[in-house]
Design a protein around this ligand. Structure first.
Ligand code: IPD
Ligand code: CA
Length: 293
């Protein structure tokens, strides 16, 4: 194997693998009443999460034995992200949706070098929707449709009071991060008279990776998150950037977030980048407290 990774080959291989692994998801029948949990009753895992990760990790180790692997279901705190070329995998992102039959889950396959995502593949097998990107080559829906979807007709960003925003509740339901999230959500949704941003609306669609793809596609103006892991965001992070969007951290002033930083603010493309930084500053001005992980 050559020492320089062939990103196009990796991209194509990951897409085939995502389709293959997707069959495990679409042929499954998860049940809410027999589903297991990890940290607490809202942090779900199923036998299918583990089966998909097993298939993906075994296939990648066989094809690319020189590269590291970081996956949600086999992660341990000793195994941190390094600069080495690494596959970063969430076998099912949106496990709660999957368990309930809400059709918004995906396989998220990222490849990073020097902790920087360079290939990203996100596939929702239920809707047969594929998002993918290679660094420097743009982002695509179903391999052919360039993102963002509106192309030349994309409107400029015009502040939070014109924005459709994605936020997630997460599985931590008390403490500093919970308080920060809930108070920030209220500030974003609240009326201008009361100091709120009065966003058009808020969506909690249940998958970090698909939220990022929604920002890349342009149907979400921004996504603010605390608590995500590298496998939730690696692939989508690149897809946003390759679609002309920007990725920042969730706390005010974090213009250069780390892939393993556990917070994220993604803002969609805008003609000439117009309004992106202003929207970030405006969003950060509504962060009530500080996200700490
Ligand atoms: C979760 C989802 C959720 C996000 C959490 C993730 P999972 O992943 O992406 O939208 O808010 O931070 O952990 O548990 O479904 O793989
Ligand atoms: Ca996940």
């Amino acid at each position: 194997m050559s020492s320089t990774p062939d990103l196009q080959q990796i991209h194509d291989f990951l897409i085939d693998l995502a389709h293959e692994a997707g069959k495990i998801i679409t042929s499954s029948l998860p049940r809410v009443d027999t589903t297991g949990s990890k940290k607490n009753s809202a942090d779900l895992v199923t036998e299918y999460d583990r089966a998909v990760e097993k298939k993906v990790s075994e296939t990648l180790r066989e094809k690319y034995p020189d590269y590291d692997f970081l996956g949600e279901e086999t992660y341990s705190p000793e195994h941190q992200l390094t600069d080495a070329p690494t596959f970063i995998v969430d076998p099912i992102d949106g496990t709660t949706n999957f368990v309930h039959g809400f059709p918004n889950s995906c396989i998220s396959l990222g490849f990073a070098i020097n902790r920087r995502p360079v290939v990203g593949v996100v596939y929702n097998p239920v809707t047969n929707t594929l998002y993918s990107a290679i660094e420097g080559h743009g982002a695509y829906l179903n391999r052919t449709q360039r993102l963002p979807l509106k192309g030349e007709d994309l409107e400029p960003l015009r502040g939070l009071d014109n924005a459709l925003v994605a936020l997630e509740w997460g599985s931590e339901r008390s403490g500093n991060n919970w308080d920060t999230k809930v108070n920030t959500f209220a500030s974003l949704a609240g009326s201008r008279e009361q100091g709120g941003a009065m966003v058009h609306s808020i969506r909690s669609l249940g998958s970090a990776a698909l939220n990022l793809c929604g920002v890349a596609a342009g149907y979400l103006d921004l996504y603010w998150e605390g608590g995500g892991w590298p496998w939730d965001v690696c692939a989508g992070w690149l897809i946003v950037r390759e679609a002309g969007g920007i990725i920042l951290g969730g706390n005010p002033g974090d213009w250069e977030p780390r892939l393993d930083g556990r917070t994220c603010l993604a803002i969609r493309a805008s003609p000439g980048g117009q309004g992106q930084k202003e929207l970030a500053e405006e969003l950060w001005s509504h962060v009530k407290g500080r996200l700490e992980y």
